[in-house]
Design a protein around this ligand. Structure first.
Ligand SMILES: O=C(O)[C@H]1O[C@H](OP(=O)(O)OP(=O)(O)OC[C@H]2O[C@@H](n3ccc(=O)[nH]c3=O)[C@H](O)[C@@H]2O)[C@H](O)[C@@H](O)[C@@H]1O
Length: 415
């Protein structure tokens, strides 16, 4: 695969995207000018060069008159090349939670496509390093702020992603998760109403709870425990959906809702707590892969570049009637995913693509722990609607996505 995207207009070369999360870490010597040689620029691309600084010879009395232009260091950063869009095509896009795992990949894509991107993030579960490569770019703005506070901005589109997504993170502060889902979504819908921006809510497969219908179509209303440990997220996202359609019906806000199914990829944090990051990190460290329960629960795994393509396709489509499942049909048991990850790590090690096991460590084993409360026993999206309305379906195999993720974590752990 050389391009990522759904159509000619929204495609970005894969190696450009990779250069922002993989190449610089894998080859430290290339870090100062990464993307330049590895990645061909798209046809109509412009490169911005930032030069902060002036001279390093400013300490003698003769140069004092140059103050304050002179500073004591010189930095020079070449930004990755971005498309140059005509003013009528170029949008001002707000991404809440843009410093998070999914948000940062979405921001990379929107930046490469040539838009003006504003990120609003509280850094509760996001991380500044995911976007550091754009800081200072004229098309990019990073605001530290919490969506539970209203904000005044002028934008054309809002991708509302802000909310911790891993069960470990969203259960850590259940009330905060609920406030983010309700008040945060209300604030962003209010902003959409005022600015007439199109609004996309990142919802979740967790609105289906422990499903009694399989696979899950958007018409299924779900089976959620309203007061269990996952309720803060499941019910939070359900009320966020209700609010979204409330603003659409009552105030004419132009809305889209994506129900996201088990996404993984580079930039998940090593202690994120979800299946793929936990198993990959454990396998790389030579520690046990811990399965909660007997490993028979199923999940359908989707690689992050596919998700981002789905989000952009949905935002830019005319389909606004109902939520749309964005997920992969590649369903497997938790045990089968653990075994697949162990075997891929073994193969990549044998091929010399990642470093050998740490000294004194043996290859990981699988360990079974007690199951967690209300863990959905199975999950697979029915993606007919996505195919029919936004012409989207995943292009990455789970194996290709896992290999990319393993290389990323191997590089991260080696740092
Ligand atoms: O993407 C989704 O559809 C939703 O799924 C996730 O929830 P969950 O499916 O429980 O995600 P994981 O924490 O990755 O767990 C998947 C399965 O693996 C198991 N698991 C996870 C981690 C681990 O170390 N061991 C283990 O056995 C879990 O018990 C569960 O059965 C996230 O909570 C949501 O943000 C997201 O919207």
């Amino acid at each position: 695969m050389t391009e990522v995207g759904n159509s000619r207009d929204d495609s970005v070369p894969l190696d450009l995207l990779q250069s922002l999360y993989l190449n610089p870490i894998l080859s430290p010597t290339s870090s100062s000018s990464f993307a330049r040689s590895a990645a061909p620029a798209p046809a109509s691309a412009s490169t911005h060069t930032r030069t902060d600084s002036v001279t390093t010879e400013c300490y003698g009395p003769s140069t004092v008159r140059d103050w304050p232009a002179a500073v004591a260091f010189t930095t020079r950063t070449t930004f990755p090349p971005v498309k140059k869009l005509a003013p009528q095509q170029r949008k001002r896009i707000l991404v809440t939670g843009g410093a998070g795992f999914v948000g940062s990949h979405l921001v990379d894509r929107l930046m490469f496509l040539g838009h003006d991107v504003v990120v609003l993030d509280s850094f509760f579960s996001g991380n500044k390093t995911t976007l550091s490569h754009w800081v200072g770019h004229p098309n990019f703005e990073l605001i530290r702020g919490d969506v539970v506070e209203p904000i005044l901005l002028e934008v054309d589109q809002i991708y509302h992603l802000a909310c911790p997504a891993s069960p470990k993170a969203y259960q850590r502060n259940a009330v905060k998760t609920l406030k983010t889902s309700f008040i945060g979504t209300q604030n962003m819908l209010g902003l959409a109403k005022r600015t007439k921006a199109r609004f996309l809510l990142s919802s979740t497969s967790e609105v289906y709870g422990s499903p009694t219908v399989h696979p899950q179509p958007e018409t299924y209303w779900g089976n959620v425990n309203p007061n269990g440990p996952r309720a803060c997220y499941d019910e939070g996202k359900r009320v966020a959906e209700a609010l979204t359609y409330g603003y659409a019906r009552q105030d004419g806000v132009d809305v889209r809702v994506a129900r996201i199914f088990n996404c993984f990829g580079p930039r998940m944090s090593a202690d994120d707590g979800r299946l793929v990051s936990n198993f990959v990190v454990a396998a790389l460290r030579g520690e046990p892969l811990q399965i909660y329960g007997d490993g028979s629960a199923t999940r359908s795994l989707m690689f992050v570049h596919d998700l981002v393509t789905g989000l952009i396709s949905l935002m830019d489509s005319s389909y606004a009637d109902t939520p749309v499942n964005i997920g992969s049909s590649d369903e497997g048991t938790v045990l089968s995913w653990a075994e697949a990850i162990l075997s891929l790590v073994r193969d990549l090690r044998a091929a010399g693509q990642i470093s050998p096991l740490p000294a004194g460590k043996r290859e990981s084993v699988i360990e079974f722990l007690p199951e967690v409360v209300d863990d959905p026993p199975r999950r697979r999206p029915d993606t007919t609607l996505a195919r029919e309305t936004i012409a989207w379906e995943p292009k990455w195999t789970v194996q290709a996505g896992l290999e990319e993720t393993i290389r990323y974590f191997a590089a991260l752990l080696a740092e």
